[in-house]
Design a protein around this ligand. Structure first.
Ligand SMILES: Nc1ncnc2c1ncn2[C@@H]1O[C@H](COP(=O)(O)OP(=O)(O)OP(=O)(O)O)[C@@H](O)[C@H]1O
Length: 880
């Protein structure tokens, strides 16, 4: 069997085929590489029966051959392998041993052969950083109480500020607790799992370049020069991708006869991406060997004239490097946060209130990108390639992203309709919904209303909704808040299952009961820095406390303590974060906003139609709301009939008819109340849903228009009911100004239009407030102001300032329009100055049209204001 000579930094090892060799920073390994970019257990080299093989163990920074990241690859004499960085990482040169050595058997290798098993002597020298550091800080531990007692009273800050000792040598207050062994990073098993997935073709002959930049390909496709290869979901494509995120005919690869390669988008719904940047719809781009083309969950790359495809099945590594968020005023609310996890990981983030957990979540998801640092999605820069990668991220906010009035199945149906491309069939969506329901064990609840589910089940439905599009990364913001301990465990076990099934899951939580289910725990310290990152079972020992309550009290009591410095001086840092931290911090240069926008899977009209249907379903399923919608205007109309007016809305015997103006006042106020009450909670109550859907491609104007149309129709009908009752029982003039003998309709139209404009004002309140409770006082204030400015209580015309202000009030124009029909200048003459009349009330068809026109124009203008206000509640990256 051929021996292989490995050369690294001037040292050589002759590798024996009968055993394998562990490479990494671990001092117990065979080849110890003291470089922070190299993982603790980075890779192994072993004889594979046919050739030598290097296997990466899910290292954070990767193993590279000829510039390509490899996971499992045959190597041989002449191969050069870089660890941690493709160009300047530690380089392993391989050559043959003895007479049979290949060309690469260097003189150095022959001159100083050293058996690998002799290595430990120098390994110890090579890895000084791995030894426990005597000055490594360690927190305070109880002084008098035993391990079973919580931390005792603190006496003085100097004495009680976290003490310094290593996890291996806990404070003597903890001597009954066995010292924790350093946790072996879990990359090994993941790496092995990944290697097992590789197609046999991936490795190729010894020394051949790997076929994909990040991983080995799932498959590859040959295509000849001059040919076209169309990609899509439909079976008639040359390259069929069974992914609902992909359009039926999505894109085309062209191999031009002169040897160039092009990708052309075919008007796809979710877009085609080159190196993470979207191609214009139906646009074309030339591609070279270093370009990565993204279509749905697949990425393609050209290697030696063949097309390699890598399908993202969810097993992606994820890391953050030096994330720093600075707010206006220069204050840093997130400070230099770095951590990384291999695929299939469940990570929990805990920390005291205000420690930056939500800020971190926003930075990791790209909702509010950090000012400095990188987020790496399987080693692809999330910020730079956000347009493409955002589709692989699922986010479950703290509040449910569901319309609670709908059944589980219906809620998922509308979500699928909005998130999947327009060309997906009902059957395809239904199938995916059933898959997700089955996966999350929600089948038995599918016909129940979301309101009737328990808190844990509701969270499950929110997760199901996010799973529809098969995200690889799932973030959850406090999914267990408000749940009892049993449900807390259920939800955490669900997340554990999601990770085990091949996804990376990160959960921000306040609950510490089920942390043991996680692979890694990130503890944030006050001020937004990392206090700990590593296995959850080692965390309490790291802090030197027996309960999390003690740790959090310590955070609270020593807010100014350098928790980040303590973390960075620890051995855990060396084991779990130093390699990620070793790369220098980068400033964030986000692509221009137009390249950050999510694709719109559905056209504007289609979104509008779906939103209207969903909104109508929600309203119809809420019987109480339906009943109120009829009762409120009916009561307001009936109340107006109590006003005694023998002459109705006609002039009295001597001309004036004060009751007529009172009737108009009551009907106008009724319309104001009904309209504004319909809409005042509408946006605030589904703000979280809007925010999430907006990030997945929902059109702001389609959303707003759906509200305006549905609420507009309801409000106008209510206005008609108020008018029908209020004017129906009254004497009115024989002839109208516009509609001839349909005088009552002519009078009802301003009331209906006033309802609509008030409804728009209600939307403004709803978009403005931070909590639903604030809507009621504002609604009352709006209605009272409208009463004052109708012009029916006192004369507005001639009152400088007040009259001009009244022009902004919808009720002023609505009463004026009705007033032109009934000739209000006669019924309610100016009492201060009997000779003058209000020009807005002139008994004239042109004035009726003007009054109505201004009233509707105010409503439309309010619509633009609402759109502007809605923008404030969108993820930062969406505010265009
Ligand atoms: N836009 C902002 N401008 C200024 N300060 C901000 C801004 N956003 C957040 N902060 C501050 O940053 C700190 C971290 O906030 P963050 O919401 O991320 O904390 P948290 O750990 O999620 O808290 P909680 O557990 O209470 O939700 C807080 O002190 C907060 O007041």
């Amino acid at each position: 069997m051929p021996e292989l000579v490995l050369e690294l930094n001037g040292r050589t090892w002759t590798l024996d085929p009968s055993r394998s060799y562990a490479l990494g920073r671990d001092p117990g390994g065979d080849v110890v590489i003291d470089d922070a970019r190299v993982s603790w257990r980075h890779a192994t080299i072993s004889w594979g029966g046919r050739s030598w093989v290097i296997e990466d163990h899910g290292s954070t920074n990767g193993t590279f051959v000829q510039g390509h990241r490899v996971h499992h690859m045959e190597i041989g004499p002449g191969s050069a392998v870089y660890l941690g960085n493709a160009t300047d990482g530690p380089r392993l040169d391989l050559s043959g041993a003895g007479a049979g050595a290949g060309a690469g058997a260097g003189a150095g290798a022959m001159a100083a052969p050293q058996q690998a098993h002799q290595a430990p002597a120098h390994q110890a020298q090579q890895a000084p950083a791995q030894h426990p550091q005597p000055h490594a800080p360690q927190p305070h531990a109880p002084q008098s109480g035993g391990p079973g007692r919580p931390a005792p009273q603190q006496q003085s800050p100097q004495h009680h500020a976290p003490q310094q000792h290593t996890p291996q040598a806990p404070h003597q207050g903890w001597q009954q607790q066995p010292p924790q062994q350093p946790h072996v990073p879990q990359q090994q098993s993941h790496g092995q799992q990944f290697a097992a997935q590789q197609p046999p073709a991936a490795g190729g002959p010894a020394g051949a370049p790997p076929v994909y930049g990040d991983r080995s390909p799932t498959t590859f496709h040959q295509f000849a020069l001059g040919h076209v290869m169309r990609i899509g979901r439909a079976l008639e494509n040359e390259l069929v991708v069974s992914d609902l995120q992909v359009s039926r005919h999505h894109a085309e690869f062209h191999a031009t006869p002169d040897g160039r390669f092009e990708i052309r988008d075919l008007g796809s719904h979710n877009g085609t991406y080159v190196n993470g940047q979207p191609l214009p719809k139906s646009g074309t781009a030339q591609i070279g060997p270093s370009d990565i083309v993204g279509v749905g969950h697949s990425t393609f790359r050209l290697v030696d004239g063949r097309l390699e495809e890598f399908v993202d099945t969810g097993e992606v590594s994820f890391s953050a490097r030096h994330l720093t968020v600075t707010v206006d005023g220069g204050k840093q609310i997130l400070k230099d946060v770095s951590f990384g996890v291999p695929e299939k990981s469940l990570v929990a983030v805990i920390g005291p209130s205000g420690s930056g957990k939500s800020t971190l979540l926003k930075a990791l998801t790209g909702y509010r990108p950090a000012n400095q640092g990188d987020v790496l999605y399987d080693n692809r820069n999330l910020y730079k390639q956000f347009a493409e990668l955002r589709q692989r991220i699922g986010l479950v906010p703290q509040d449910d992203i569901l319309h609670k009035e709908l059944t589980v199945k219906k809620a998922l149906k509308y979500a699928a309709k909005l998130r999947f491309p327009a060309d997906t069939s009902e059957q395809e969506r239904e199938q995916r919904i059933n898959e997700v329901l089955g996966e999350l064990k929600l089948d038995i609840h599918k016909d129940k209303k979301v309101t009737s589910l328990s808190g844990g089940q509701r969270k499950r439905v929110s997760v199901a909704l996010e799973l529809l599009t098969k995200p690889s990364l799932i973030f959850l913001d406090e999914p267990t808040s408000g749940l009892d301990p049993g449900m807390d465990r259920d939800v955490m076990q669900l997340l554990r299952g999601l990770a085990d099934d091949g996804r990376t899951v990160l959960v921000v939580t306040h609950s510490v009961a089920e942390l043991a289910l996680c692979d890694k725990l990130l503890v944030m310290a006050p001020g937004g820095s990392v206090a700990y990152f590593g296995p959850p079972e080692e965390a309490l020992n790291f802090f030197g406390y027996s309960t999390w309550a003690d740790v959090f009290s310590s955070f609270e009591n020593y807010r100014d303590y350098d928790w980040a410095g303590r973390w960075k001086g620890s051995q855990h840092y060396q084991m779990y974060a130093a390699d990620i931290d070793a790369v220098a911090a980068q400033s964030v240069h986000m692509p221009p906003p137009q390249q950050m926008r999510p694709p719109k899977p559905q056209g504007w009209g289609s979104q509008l139609f779906t939103l209207i249907r969903r909104y109508v379903s929600v309203i119809v399923s809420d019987r109480g709301f339906l009943a109120l919608m009829v009762i409120l205007p009916a009561v307001l109309g009936v109340v107006s009939t109590l006003i005694n007016s023998d002459d109705g809305l006609n002039p009295g015997p001597r001309g004036p008819n004060g009751n007529a103006s009172t009737i108009l006042l009551i009907l106008a106020v009724g319309a104001c109340f009904a309209g504004a009450a319909n809409s005042v909670r509408e946006l605030i109550k589904e703000r979280v849903i809007y925010e999430r859907e907006r990030a997945t491609g929902l059109s702001r104007s389609a959303y707003l228009m759906s509200k305006v149309i549905v609420l507009g129709v309801i409000t106008v009908l209510q206005g008609a009911l108020i008018g029908a009752i209020g004017f129906g029982v009254r004497e009115v003039p024989d002839e109208g100004l516009i509609l001839g003998s349909s005088v009552k309709l002519e009078l009802a139209l301003p009331i209906m239009a006033l309802g609509f404009t008030s409804m728009m004002f209600g939307l403004i309140i709803s978009a403005l407030v931070r909590t639903a409770e604030k809507t009621m006082p504002l609604l009352v204030m709006f209605a009272i102001i409208q009463v004052v400015f109708t012009g029916c209580l006192f004369t507005l015309n001639g009152q400088v300032g007040v009259n001009q202000l009244s022009f902004l009030m919808p009720s002023r124009w609505a009463v004026a329009a009705a007033g032109t029909t009934v000739d209000l200048n006669v019924l309610f003459p100016n009492q201060d100055d009997p000779g003058t009349t209000d020009p807005l009330w002139d008994h004239d068809a042109g004035m009726w049209l003007l009054d109505m026109g201004v009233l509707v124009a105010i409503g439309v203008a309010l619509g633009f204001v609402v759109a502007r206000l809605l923008r404030r509640h969108e993820p930062e990256v969406m505010r265009k």
